[in-house]
Ligand binder design. Structure first.
Ligand SMILES: NC(=O)c1ccc[n+]([C@@H]2O[C@H](COP(=O)([O-])OP(=O)(O)OC[C@H]3O[C@@H](n4cnc5c(N)ncnc54)[C@H](O)[C@@H]3O)[C@@H](O)[C@H]2O)c1
Ligand SMILES: O=C(O)C(=O)C[C@@H](O)[C@H](O)[C@H](O)COP(=O)(O)O
Ligand SMILES: [Zn+2]
Length: 364
């Protein structure tokens, strides 16, 4: 039996760049909800996996609302979050004579969302865009907050722009078709939101991890809602990461190094972040910021979500080299987001002895 959960709408409060996040089941079939945020023309950007699942439905809903619809289907994968895919988007937009009122719609996970957002930020110096996230990770994190961009072989998300969408429409029914490995990847960012800011939410995730992994609709809906509330509140206070927003990077200094070090797509972003949080918790404990029990809770929850907790052995020198390519760094110093205690954070460089000890203890 499918459980009915009423849709909810949150607001990302950014003055004239404010926008709604609507979360609910079967929103993709709601013509008014989607069409209201789209101009006369729409270009839907998606990939070869998501297109057969949801493209026709979205295109039909928009066409029925009188929109002229162009579709762009990219190859799937983190390794495709690059210049070639971006050029493919520009090529179609130009060939189809899409004007600067055309709304780009990102239909897919975080890769499609980040890339489409960057295409929207740059095509004709900026066109409107709407996020329609279809992975758990995209619904709880990447579709909100306006970080857009692509990877560079030397570093993750190194080319990009802050560019906010007009709206986020998260249809939680799309999670039904998501592979288990991808669901687990999304849970990493949910755990992150609890760990950095809301110890009560962390407790809730611990108590409900079985329901989340088992795709209980009500549990997933709450995880999406609470994550979006937390992220929207951080972004409201620090849209362009002058300071506070960097806490959303907990686990990412290590995680991005894993992704780039192994080659994009080898480990999923969420897997790398999950393991990165275990490493950041280990480092926090070494520096006396959290108790051993708290570090154990992070590791236990990441493991229970189905994520890796032991990092690949890249070699100490390579680890450091990779982490030196990070947008948070200043004056050549690597900065870490640490827990102090669980549910709160501190952002700082660390003594190299502690860092080396963490790398050695957490890799194999
Ligand atoms: N902008 C941000 O704030 C932000 C935040 C977190 C992550 N990210 C970025 O997001 C990306 C990771 O996103 P992701 O985890 O969504 O990966 P993804 O976009 O690669 O999607 C994961 C996989 O699921 C498939 N898929 C998508 N929706 C599906 C569905 N409903 N059913 C079946 N399959 C589906 C995709 O085709 C893909 O194979 C990374 O590039 C990461 O850097 C950005
Ligand atoms: O929104 C943010 O801010 C985040 O840091 C969210 C992260 O989960 C996400 O992976 C983001 O893309 C990382 O940003 P980056 O600036 O470190 O590339
Ligand atoms: Zn992330």
């Amino acid at each position: 039996m499918t459980q009915h959960i009423s849709p909810i709408t949150l607001q990302v409060d950014l003055g004239e760049r404010s926008y709604p996040i609507t979360i609910g089941q079967s929103l993709l079939s709601d013509p008014d909800l989607i069409a209201r945020h789209v101009g006369r023309r729409a270009a839907i950007v998606t990939n070869t996996t998501v297109a057969p699942l949801y493209l026709e439905r979205l295109a039909q809903v928009l066409a029925a609302a009188g929109k002229e619809v162009t579709t762009i289907v990219l190859p799937d994968g983190e390794e495709e979050k690059n210049w070639a895919s971006l050029m493919q988007v520009y090529d179609v937009l130009l060939r189809e004579k899409c004007d600067r009122k055309t709304t780009l719609i990102a239909l897919g996970g975080g890769v499609i969302g980040d890339l489409t957002g960057f295409a929207a930020a740059t095509y004709m110096r900026g066109v409107p865009f709407v996020q329609v996230p279809t992975t758990l990770l995209a619904q709880v994190d990447s579709s909100v907050g306006g970080k857009t961009g692509i990877n560079h072989p030397l570093g993750k998300n190194m080319i990009g722009a802050f560019y906010q969408p007009q709206a986020v429409i998260a249809d939680t029914a799309t999670l039904d078709t998501l592979p288990a490995r991808e669901l687990a990847a999304g849970l990493a960012e949910v755990i992150k939101h609890g760990a950095i800011i809301d110890a009560g939410f962390f407790d809730w995730i611990e108590a409900n991890i079985g329901r989340l992994v088992g795709r209980d609709p009500a549990a997933l809906a709450w995880a999406v809602q609470r994550s979006c509330e937390i992220k929207a509140d951080v972004v409201r206070q620090d849209e362009r990461e002058g300071g506070l927003r960097a806490i959303l990077n907990f686990g990412h200094t290590f995680g991005h190094a894993i992704e780039a070090g192994l080659g994009y797509g080898e480990w999923l972003h969420g897997e790398a972040v999950g393991c990165g949080m275990v490493m950041a918790a280990d480092l926090s404990q070494r520096l006396g910021f959290i108790e051993a029990g708290a570090a154990r809770r992070i590791r236990g929850l990441v493991e229970a979500a189905g994520l890796p907790v032991v990092a690949p052995d890249l070699g100490l020198e390579r680890w450091i080299e990779l982490m030196q390519v990070d947008k948070k760094n200043e004056g050549g110093q690597i900065k870490f987001i640490l827990l102090r205690p669980l549910g709160a954070t501190v952002i700082m460089p660390v003594p190299s002895e502690a860092l080396h000890a963490t790398i050695s203890a957490c890799t194999r």
